[in-house]
Design a binder for this molecule. Structure first.
Ligand SMILES: N[C@@H](CCC(=O)N[C@@H](CS)C(=O)NCC(=O)O)C(=O)O
Length: 207
């Protein structure tokens, strides 16, 4: 399978999950800005939405949207440990986190990375994010108190991979995470996983 990615973008989550699962994903760089692949060919021909990540299955079908790609990958794990079996409450809890991360967090970072966005819009985005991050911090602190290191009691899941991915943008996006100690410790904890370190190294990101 192929994964179209850009370093440090939201394709990091499926990349690291591929490594957690020991899958040999072929990484293909796609520029979210120029919409070109490294060989100069047109990324819009691969994904007309012009966005990474794209997972290309061996049958040629292309799957987009982080939260969906993560489910596809998790369901490839025979033990199903990176999500939970369909029809279980545990799976619904994981899907809640995936959806929250996609809709409440991920897209809120957009204005902080887009060139030319005016400072007032960026300040609004940061304030919105601060409110959401306060909730995430409290949720993580509650788990810490119960001795639970990951979002779900069953262990590390794709929900952690996606949440980590977007939280790792805070320094670059100028989002102050100092008021959120549980969240910062959680980011460090995820980043310490060998698969996460390996994915970051492969994308040329700092430890
Ligand atoms: N809804 C998409 C959003 C993906 C997305 O925002 N990708 C960013 C990188 S993190 C991108 O490719 N941005 C370029 C653009 O939107 O033109 C998903 O969840 O996969």
């Amino acid at each position: 399978m192929k994964l179209y990615y850009a370093p440090g973008a939201c394709s990091l989550a499926p990349h690291l999950i591929g490594l957690e699962l020991g899958l040999a994903l072929e990484l293909i760089y796609a520029s979210p800005r120029s919409k070109k692949l490294k060989d100069g060919s047109d990324f819009l021909a691969i994904n007309p939405k012009g966005q990474v990540p794209v997972l290309e299955r061996d049958d040629g079908e292309r799957i987009t949207e982080v939260a969906v790609i993560l489910q596809v990958l998790a369901d490839l794990s025979p033990a199903g440990t990176l999500l939970a079996p369909p029809g279980t409450l545990a799976r619904l809890r994981a899907l809640e986190w995936l959806n929250f991360t996609a809709t409440e967090l991920h897209k809120s970072y957009g204005p902080l990375f887009k060139p030319g966005v005016d400072p007032a819009t960026q300040a609004f985005a940061r304030a919105q994010l601060a409110g959401k991050l306060a909730w995430v911090d409290a949720e993580i602190a509650r788990r810490d108190a119960a001795g639970q290191p990951w979002l779900l009691p069953q262990g590390f899941t794709v929900a952690d991979a996606y949440l980590y991915n977007v939280l790792s943008w805070n320094p670059m996006a100028g989002v102050d995470d100092q008021p959120f100690p549980a969240l910062r410790a959680y980011v460090a904890r995820v980043q310490d996983r060998p698969a996460v370190r390996a994915a970051r190294r492969a994308e040329g990101l700092k430890d």
